[in-house]
Design a protein around this ligand. Structure first.
Ligand code: F3S
Length: 78
């Protein structure tokens, strides 16, 4: 089982420029929709590190991730 259930992932659709790096890094977790914006696949079985690395690869920091249990902000890094 993956770690997606433990993470709160938000994609700012206004910020997303359709770069798709996140989808390349973690295709099980992110995919492009028909407006060329990234969306999260809740069926993902990726582990936490894969998801975080993919999110951190976004050139415009459009992906925010928090740890659901602690509320800690994991991405983007300050
Ligand atoms: Fe959008 Fe960033 Fe992914 S621009 S498509 S969220 S890498």
């Amino acid at each position: 089982m993956g770690d997606i259930e433990k993470l709160k992932i938000t994609i700012d659709r206004d910020e997303c420029i359709g770069d798709s790096l996140c989808c390349n890094e973690a295709p099980e977790t992110f995919e492009m929709d028909d407006e060329d914006k990234a969306v999260v696949l809740e069926t993902s079985t990726d582990d936490r590190d894969t998801i975080l690395e993919a999110a951190r690869s976004c050139p415009v920091d459009a992906i925010t991730i928090e740890d659901k249990s602690t509320g800690e902000k994991l991405c983007p890094e300050d």
